[in-house]
Design a binder for this molecule. Structure first.
Ligand code: SF4
Ligand code: SF4
Length: 435
């Protein structure tokens, strides 16, 4: 794609890297074929190629975003399905991040939009605020029909009950035997996940400890920053990124870390991008690059580094039919797909991929609140594809997808790590009590 940035504009590092990406695009439009919003809405501007043109035009002409640009950019899920399809290796993720940042700097959203986006940013990224919001929403749930549409959608996403923590909060979780640990990893316990589904972090810690791996959970780290990053709130996001990089890097230098484990693929995708985000920051670039290199999704880490000790089960033991839902941030953002499927297969259960599995379930961070109409259509399609398999269990690796899909089905949904923990000696997940 021909570009027309001036020399002056190319002195800006973000323009410079976006220009390189624009130049890779050959306008072929293959990406449109696998774009969920293009498929649903049928408008070129709601597909990746159209959005690339909108972003390019806005940046090259250094013009402020307008209603039309914002509408089509906001509708993008950041699912990165287009990146998997693109034959030219166009890094759409970096373009849409740059575009969102430009929108945030140059466009004044209507008051209602600003309020909801600021509310999401301050509540979801802070565990204390999130817990308080959950508590209040449990009371509001029966009266949700009184609220405006977006607030109602937010309340409906909140589960009726929350599981209790069973592991005490510690900084270091030591291995279960007296042997020297074979590895030492940091775990990102996340902001939303540790409250909505504490059992996911607990299963991760148990599983790693049982395999002689020490786990450190630095208390200073909460959110990974991805939520604000995708809202275009770059200053807030960068503040969190800087903090996390400093804390993890200190731990890496002082006590050693073999990996930083993420068990939420949305967060993992962003942490793996810290190196790019701080590529021009002389103080942080080396540290950020190291943090990104150390970051592994739990299934990626297990597949590459751990010889799992599966518990021998009797031949007559019940086998389950499991549908694997590949989160977009996992399969498109991190290119991790076969690893979780292979791990689940090792448990002896049947694993099935969901038809049209490359298409998003509509969760996409805060998308199911901000673009709830599109998100509901995507969820409906996802559920109808899941039903074709008739599974007893659904497995996935992202809390956002778990929350989204569980609104529309009674089929129990487990994080992949809960299944692996169970089959290597951990407890059977409570949600399966009736299965
Ligand atoms: S990230 Fe997803 S929704 Fe956005 S343009 Fe690419 S395929 Fe479409
Ligand atoms: S598939 Fe890649 S090269 Fe083709 S239009 Fe889309 S982004 Fe551009």
């Amino acid at each position: 794609m021909e570009t027309n940035f001036s020399e002056q504009q190319l002195k800006d590092n973000d323009n410079k890297s976006s220009e390189r990406i624009f130049r890779k695009c050959v306008h072929c439009g293959f990406c449109n074929a696998t774009c969920p919003t293009y498929n649903l809405l049928g408008n070129e501007l709601d597909g990746p190629r159209g959005r690339i043109y909108l972003i390019k035009d806005m940046l090259e002409k250094n013009k402020p975003a307008n209603d039309k640009i914002v509408k089509h950019i906001d509708r993008c899920l950041s699912c990165y399905s287009c990146m998997t399809t693109c034959p030219s290796g166009v890094n759409y993720m970096h373009l849409i991040d740059h575009g969102r940042n430009h929108i945030e700097k140059t466009y004044k959203r209507p008051f209602k939009d600003r309020f909801i986006r600021s509310f999401l940013s301050s509540v979801l990224t802070n565990s204390f605020n999130f817990r308080l919001m959950l508590f209040l929403s449990l009371f509001a749930k029966p009266f949700s029909f009184f609220f405006p549409e977006k607030i109602k959608d937010m309340i409906n996403l909140i589960p009726k009950t929350l599981p209790k923590k069973t592991l005490s909060t510690m900084k270091i979780y030591k291995t279960q035997n007296k042997k020297k640990p074979v590895a030492r990893v940091a775990l990102l316990t996340g902001c939303v996940q540790k409250i909505l589904s504490p059992q996911i972090n607990e299963a991760t810690i148990r599983l790693l400890n049982r395999h002689n791996i020490e786990v450190v959970v630095p208390r200073e780290i909460g959110c990974c920053g991805s939520l604000n990053h995708h809202l275009g709130k770059t200053d807030l996001a960068n503040k969190t990124f800087r903090h996390n990089i400093t804390v993890w890097y200190d731990e890496y230098l002082k006590n050693g870390l073999d990996a930083i484990i993420s068990n939420t693929s949305g967060c993992g995708t962003t942490i793996k991008d810290y190196g790019f985000i701080f590529r021009s920051d002389q103080n942080l670039k080396k540290k950020a690059k190291k943090i990104s290199e150390l970051t592994k999704d739990i299934t990626e880490y297990l597949d590459e580094n751990v010889k799992l000790n599966f518990v021998q089960r009797s031949r007559n033991e019940k086998k389950y039919k499991i549908a694997y839902h590949s989160a977009c941030s996992m399969q498109h953002g991190q290119k991790i797909h076969k690893e979780p499927i292979n791990l689940i297969k090792k448990t002896g259960n049947e694993v099935h991929e969901i038809p049209d599995g490359h298409i998003c379930c509509g969760s996409a961070g805060t998308y199911n609140v901000l673009q709830s109409d599109i998100a509901k259509k995507l969820l409906k399609n996802k559920i109808s594809n899941i039903k074709k398999i008739e599974p007893q269990i659904i497995s996935t690796g992202n809390i956002g997808c778990i929350t989204q899909i569980s609104q529309a089905t009674e089929i129990p949904i487990l994080h992949t790590v809960e299944i692996i923990d169970w089959y290597t000696g951990g407890p059977k997940p409570k949600i399966l009590n009736n299965l």
